[in-house]
Write a protein that binds this ligand. Structure first.
Ligand code: NAG
Ligand code: NAG
Ligand code: NAG
Ligand code: NAG
Ligand code: NAG
Ligand code: NAG
Ligand code: NAG
Length: 450
């Protein structure tokens, strides 16, 4: 059951990651991750980039920069900054006023960028930028052959990402004429160990997919509705209850609600627990019933035996042997003491404590009725004056089987042993005795014998 729940959750999780919008085809060998979009019909078109001759480009307001790498997990990509026009200290994008992002678009410049400004005017000295003689820009110029033209001009450096410079690296006549950028620069490094120039751009996590109608949405997971948050009349595919917007994958993902999984786990646990409990209870009941039956049977036997005890209280009856005595005499009814097996049961040879050799007849215990009969017969036999019976010493009613104890007479027992197929030994012979005098005459006979 848990397995079923688990696999269902597993399937749902995976189903949750199918894209609701068309993914963009790769650009050359480069995949275009969500939400970046190379056309108005794939991923999220508000994250527009451009694919041209198998290369991705990021278009700013006035210019275009090749994308070097993309990390969809951190929502960042790195563009290649403009280079210097050879033998000048002017970058190629100066005519476009450097890098200027449309600040209504979801992209900005990250604070991982270290910017060096080159060929600056004195007005920059008023800026918060580091334009001192120890500024990193001097190291850059000194260590970079292509920037040699910049030597002797004022230069500055700064770390990008402030509110005023997260959308532009402005290059102009009244400011600086050139720049370069380095991602995650360690300033203590020698210039020849600096990374390649690059500018890291970050994108905002996307909102739900824009839609014109419900048909644009994944019907099972989202519904097309007005985006009241922006209030610009845009409709978006808002996730249905049970789903939550995943801005990295760009899908409505199944809510892995801890409470509900806990509940289902609890229900599953309870159900299987109750099932196990039921089985245990059934088994316990059966065992108990069986035990009760055995106990009841034993109690009935005990009662019968008590009856025999009481009946034999008359003083005349044969001796009542204990189970212990019988076991000791017959070496625990061992098979090498077995004299024979008859219709009545088994006969063992035994030696009593005082040396008397005995024959022990164990009644065969069949069904309850048989047991009762045998017990009855044993009782009768034990109550009969044993003068009338050849060699009856007594009986034992303590063991599971009622037992008759006889004197052991070699010939007789060997005869009986031989005759075992012919009703065998024991009670059959007594029946004859009983038969000659007709039915319930044992007590009479007993008293007559007195
Ligand atoms: C694309 O990859 C293939 C093999 O992986 C390579 O031969 C080819 O030059 C690559 N193309 C580009 C544009 O990187
Ligand atoms: C520095 O910038 C100015 C203004 O753009 C330009 O005229 C000059 O040529 C630049 N210096 C070098 C060495 O390129
Ligand atoms: C840069 O683009 C903006 C908006 O498109 C435009 O107003 C501006 O004139 C452009 N500047 C240059 C130097 O191209
Ligand atoms: C900036 O982007 C918005 C949204 O795409 C667009 O409407 C606007 O025209 C853009 N601004 C410029 C100056 O291009
Ligand atoms: C400018 O940068 C250098 C090198 O990083 C540093 O040693 C210096 O203290 C900075 N100066 C100012 C005024 O920030
Ligand atoms: C420029 O670099 C050379 C070695 O490459 C070094 O000797 C010199 O001091 C550096 N000059 C400045 C101003 O950093
Ligand atoms: C740039 O974008 C990130 C999210 O991508 C945002 O946290 C940060 O505030 C933005 N920076 C500015 C100056 O708007």
């Amino acid at each position: 059951m848990e397995l079923l729940l688990f696999s269902t959750a597993f399937l749902l999780t995976f189903a949750g990651f199918t894209l609701s919008a068309e993914p963009c085809p790769p650009c050359g060998n480069t995949t275009v991750p969500f939400p970046l979009s190379t056309s108005s019909s794939c991923n999220d078109p508000s994250y527009k980039i451009r694919c041209s001759s198998s290369t991705l480009f990021f278009d700013t307001l006035n210019y275009s920069y090749p994308i070097q790498s993309i990390n969809p997990n951190t929502q960042r990509f790195i563009i290649q900054p403009a280079s210097l026009i050879s033998n000048t200290c002017v970058t190629t994008d100066k005519i476009h006023q450097g890098i200027q992002l449309n600040n209504t678009l979801p992209f900005n410049i990250t604070s991982s960028n270290t910017i060096v400004y080159l060929n600056c005017t004195q007005s920059l000295l008023m800026s918060p930028l580091n334009c001192s003689s120890t500024s990193l820009c001097h190291s850059y110029i000194n260590g970079t052959v292509s920037a040699s033209a910049c030597g002797g001009e004022l230069c500055c450096s700064y770390r990008a990402g402030g509110s005023s410079n997260s959308y532009m690296i402005r290059v102009r006549e009244s400011g600086c004429s050139a720049y370069s950028s380095f991602v995650n620069l360690d300033p203590v490094l020698q210039v020849n160990r600096w990374p390649e120039p690059g500018l890291e751009i970050q994108w905002l996590l996307p909102k739900e997919t824009v839609c014109g109608s419900q048909g644009d949405c994944d019907t099972t997971k989202s519904s097309c509705g007005a985006d009241t948050r922006s209030g610009n009349g845009i409709n978006r595919c808002f996730c249905n209850s049970g789903f939550v917007w995943d801005p990295v994958q760009g899908v409505c993902a199944e809510v892995m609600n801890k409470g509900s999984t806990d509940r289902t786990a609890l229900i599953a646990g309870l159900t299987s627990g109750i099932g196990a409990l039921l089985i245990i209870v059934i088994i316990a009941t059966l065992l108990y019933k069986r035990h009760r039956r055995i106990v009841e049977a034993q109690q009935r036997l005990a009662k019968e035996r008590e009856g025999i005890l009481n009946a034999s209280g008359g003083g005349r009856a044969a001796k009542l042997f204990t189970g212990r005595e019988i076991k000791k005499a017959t070496n625990d009814l061992s098979s090498d003491r077995l004299l024979g097996i008859g219709g009545y049961g088994e006969v063992y040879k035994g030696i009593l404590q005082d040396g008397t050799v005995i024959a022990v007849k164990c009644a065969k215990l069949g069904n309850a009725k048989g047991t009762d009969q045998i017990l009855n017969e044993v009782r009768i036999l034990c109550q009969v004056n044993h003068r009338n019976l050849v060699g009856l010493l007594g009986c034992c009613v303590e063991l599971e089987q009622p037992i008759m104890v006889y004197e052991f007479i070699e010939n007789e027992w060997s005869y009986s042993y031989r005759d075992r197929h012919n009703e065998g030994i024991g009670i059959s012979g007594i029946r004859v005795l009983r038969g000659t005098k007709t039915e319930p005459t044992f007590d009479e006979r007993g008293s007559r014998g007195d």
